[in-house]
Design a protein around this ligand. Structure first.
Ligand code: DP6
Length: 326
């Protein structure tokens, strides 16, 4: 068995995935379109080892059990079955940004884990197949196997496949991540989606609106139209959060709303800036390279913004190191 180390970047959905189709495979109820971001990364090493009594997970230097380990084992079980191996694995993973707090650590985490596990088990799988494996653990992770702008399909009849739409340079885009807290979020995306699906009076409207916005964002990306993409991305985020909030699922904080007000104030001044928000309080501001400096200065003054990460469209998950067979 060999040891394989992979680096993967989180992705930020411009068109949000929120809600599952039902049935097996963790297929989304709506299509989504994201951008993979360099500037934040997860590095994961997987080693299958006959000497281990069970799978081990070390996350950011600490041994982790319970649900995070169970999710890792579920992915490893698929790989073991396909590769016909019995050995348990040691998984050592590190994020250079806050974990489980709405900054897409599960996207980069499961993308890195899927690729590292497949390669460590000597499986010669295509990218889409590795992406399909990652989606089963966390749907947004399917997108981080690819770089640039990536669409993940969803809804009735969709295979649940992520595919690249355009390379990292398709639009002049930078993403300023306004970190509002270093803490983990209170409601996981999976749980937030479940409650939304079961109880939001606006869920049916979201199922109509989400795909329309996704198609407009795809067109905007292909046309290199920053403003069209920014406008629809902000709408997608607000529609998702409105739908979730109506079910009592609230991820935004006062800091998120203050940052949103600042983004809108900037637009009124002619600065190219749009907002998107995921399952956590951190606002992500979409800017052009030209508007980045002004936007960053202004967002840094928003009360509650702890720090700002500068990110830009980047590559998909890739192998950093493959150790020798033992
Ligand atoms: C708001 O991919 O974390 O970031 O499939 O249940 O693991 P599971 O959910 P996850 O949800 C991501 C939700 C989102 C929007 C998005 O990334 O599209």
């Amino acid at each position: 068995m060999k040891s394989v180390t992979v680096v993967a970047h989180p992705n930020i959905a411009l068109a949000k995935y929120w809600g599952k189709r039902g049935g097996d495979g963790n297929v989304p109820a709506v299509p989504s379109l994201s951008v993979t971001l360099s500037g934040m990364s997860t590095t994961t090493t997987v080693t299958f080892d006959d000497g281990l009594a069970g799978d081990e997970l070390v996350l950011n230097g600490a041994i982790v059990g319970d649900r995070p380990l169970a999710r890792v084992t579920a992915l490893l079980d698929v790989v073991r079955r396909e590769a016909n191996i019995g050995a348990h694995a040691r998984v050592v993973s590190r994020n250079d940004f806050p974990t489980a707090s709405g900054l897409a650590s599960s996207a980069s985490g499961f993308a890195a884990l899927a690729l590292a596990a497949v390669r460590a088990a000597h499986l010669d799988w295509s990218r889409p197949r590795v992406s399909d494996l990652a989606r089963r653990s966390s749907a947004s992770a399917a997108r981080s196997l690819f770089g640039g702008f990536v669409e993940l399909d969803g809804g009735e009849g969709a295979p649940g496949l992520a595919l690249p739409v355009a390379g990292p340079d398709a639009i002049d885009l930078r993403v300023l991540v306004c970190v509002a807290t270093e803490d983990a979020k209170l409601i996981s995306s999976t749980e937030g989606m479940r409650v939304t699906q079961e109880t939001s009076p606006y869920y049916a409207a979201w199922l109509t609106e989400g795909p329309l916005l996704c198609a407009r964002i795809r067109d905007g990306v292909l046309a290199g139209d920053f403003r069209a993409v920014g406008e629809c991305a902000e709408r997608s985020a607000l529609a998702m959060h409105a739908c979730a909030m109506a079910a009592g699922v609230v991820y935004v904080s006062g800091t998120t709303l203050a940052a949103l007000a600042e983004v809108r104030a900037m637009r009124a001044l002619g600065i190219d800036a749009y907002a998107t928000i995921d399952a956590g309080p951190h606002l992500k501001c979409l800017v052009t390279s030209q508007s980045m400096h002004d936007a960053k200065t202004r967002l840094a003054r928003v009360p509650g913004v702890v720090r700002i990460l500068e990110t830009s469209p980047g590559p998909g998950a890739r192998v950093l190191e493959e150790g020798t067979d033992r």
